[in-house]
Ligand binder design. Structure first.
Ligand code: AMP
Length: 170
């Protein structure tokens, strides 16, 4: 299966100069989804207690992976969306900063964690997610992504302390 056939590249979205990787064609196709879950599972040789998905496009595959590993699912959300007490981690955007949050009781120390998002670009988002998981005592088994913008290079560098896996590289 060639996953490239299920990624729609939308140029200049959401603003000029961005080559947006639209995963909705992939989400529409059950065989492509199955293939992705299988490929992700093949690259993990450890028990997984929880799959942590990053808002919002990370949630789609994260919940399928949780089911696959017989694990729970934990959402990481943008500031102000989670109802209970949270831990926060800020990270740099192109202009300014943003904040990610996780519920303070979402992870127990020593639990084995898989972190998932749709795209790894500069790595700021995933690094902030890693920091939240580690602050709660979670052991990160791997961070995985459907797509890695490998030409940016800095994404992998920012995540150098954890195992990184991606199914497609641009
Ligand atoms: P970064 O923190 O720079 O690694 O950005 C990763 C986050 O931004 C992910 O949650 C992606 O959903 C989103 N993202 C960044 N670049 C793109 C892109 N070219 N196409 C689609 N989503 C992107």
């Amino acid at each position: 299966m060639n996953l490239n056939n299920y990624i729609r590249i939308v140029t200049d979205f959401p603003k000029e100069g961005i080559s947006y990787k639209d995963i909705t064609p992939l989400l529409q196709n059950p065989k492509a989804l199955d293939y992705c879950v299988q490929k992700f599972a093949d690259a993990i040789n450890s028990e997984i207690d929880l799959v942590v998905g990053i808002e919002s496009r990370g949630y789609f595959l994260a919940t399928l992976l949780a089911k696959r590993f017989d694990a729970g699912f934990v959402p990481i959300r943008k500031k102000g969306k989670l109802p209970y007490t949270t831990l926060q981690e800020s990270y740099d955007l192109e202009y300014g900063q943003d904040v990610l949050e996780i519920h303070e009781d979402a992870i127990q120390p020593g639990q084995k964690i898989l972190i998932h998002d749709d795209v790894l670009a500069t790595g700021g988002t995933a690094k902030a997610a890693c920091n939240l998981v580690e602050r709660l005592g979670g052991e990160i088994v791997q961070c995985n992504f459907l797509i890695e913008l490998a030409f940016l290079e800095e994404g992998r560098k920012k995540l150098s302390t954890v195992e990184v896996n991606s199914l497609l590289q641009y």
